[in-house]
Design a protein. Structure first.
Length: 168
């Protein structure tokens, strides 16, 4: 049945493309169609309901926003990073160091403290969680895990001047 129908449609399309061919109507008007159109009432503009132009546009409710974290302390100094050679080892807090984590080592801040670290050379910042102790080299302020160092753009340079903001 489908094949026969397809062949008829294809044949009609081919005939319609011939030069001088008259377009074929899909349906000739029947008596029932003529009776329905005679009974139809013309549509009046007063019958249509339009929204008021000054009506407020309905909006979806916005999700509640968390208040911005409060900064309890600020420090400036040099940051370095550590990673590939230490992946899989346990940090001072007992966690396993994994690639891509936004964690850091600090000498005195309690484990679990959130710190916003801003690279002062390029303006990039990331919020990290303290889960290790260090750095133990020079006068460095913080040692960032590899993921945090990538976010801040200091993997290539190895170190950078940073600003720490301890968040509550």
């Amino acid at each position: 049945m489908r094949t026969r129908h397809f062949a008829l449609v294809l044949g009609a399309a081919a005939l319609a493309c011939l030069p001088g061919a008259r377009p074929v109507l899909a349906q000739e008007p029947t008596d029932a169609l003529l009776q329905l159109t005679a009974m139809a009432q013309p549509l009046q503009l007063e019958d249509l309901e339009a929204p008021a132009l000054d009506a407020p546009i309905p909006q979806a409710p916005r999700p509640a926003q968390k208040p911005a974290p409060r900064i309890t302390a600020t420090q400036r100094g040099e940051a370095s990073w550590y990673g590939p050679g230490f992946f899989g080892n346990r940090t001072a807090s007992g966690e396993v160091l994994r690639p891509g984590t936004l964690t850091a080592a600090h000498r005195t801040l309690p484990f679990g403290t959130k710190v916003r670290v801003t690279n002062l050379w390029n303006g990039r910042s990331a919020v990290v969680r303290i889960n290790d102790r260090g750095p133990f080299s020079g006068a460095r302020l913080i040692d960032l895990a590899h993921g945090a160092a990538q976010e801040l753009g200091l993997v290539a340079s190895g170190t950078a001047q940073v600003k720490l903001e301890v968040l509550q």
